[in-house]
Design a protein around this ligand. Sequence first.
Ligand code: ADP
Ligand code: MG
Length: 211
Amino acid sequence: MLTMQELTKTYRTELVQTHALSNFNLQVEEGDFVAVTGPSGSGKTTFLNIAGLLETFDQGTYNLDGENVRGLSDKARSRLRNEKIGFIFQSFNLIPDLDLFDNVDVPLRYRGFNSAERKRRIERCLEMVGLANRMKHLPSQLSGGQQQRVAIARALAGEPRFLLADEPTGNLDSKMAHSVMELLKDINDRGTTIVMVTHDPLLAQQAKRNI
Ligand code: ADP
Ligand code: MG
């Protein structure tokens, strides 16, 4: 479903070249739950941003769901990202002055669903993460673990085939990290393919596959 072959990404500034990825290969099958670990600076975020079509690469091939993403226009990439990928960030990235309902609604507005369909999806996803009774709360009224749950609901509302997570538990204490991990496993059991970057070996062990 997701295949990267000989992928290369070099960041260039006037003084230095950084080889963030060189000849990187990865195949992820439908239904997999892959944890990616590695030291700081080893290229994990670069890889995930490329996988999520947030960043381009220099050489190699990347096929997402049978589509070669190399030659796609910016517009086509955005559409593909919006339809197929849910992204979760370490720092949640919620919009502070929108309540939970409206935060989850943000990506749905771009998709042209009518308001009844959006409402159905928002309520279903907030229910799945255990926050259905908090829909009118602001992010600041929630704990870190709850905020990350909202971010997961937002990523899931578009019903993506892939969920990509960059250190999703990095800002959480171990109890909350564990509960977010349980939620991700549950989502994977329901059929969503997950690739998660983490520095925590105990969490990585709980994925189906480690790289
Ligand atoms: P990780 O997520 O594993 O910590 P990154 O993918 O963020 O690693 O970074 C890999 C390497 O690429 C690092 O050496 C980092 O400094 C460099 N790098 C990342 N982003 C940029 C950028 N926008 N410009 C220049 N160098 C970068
Ligand atoms: Mg990183």
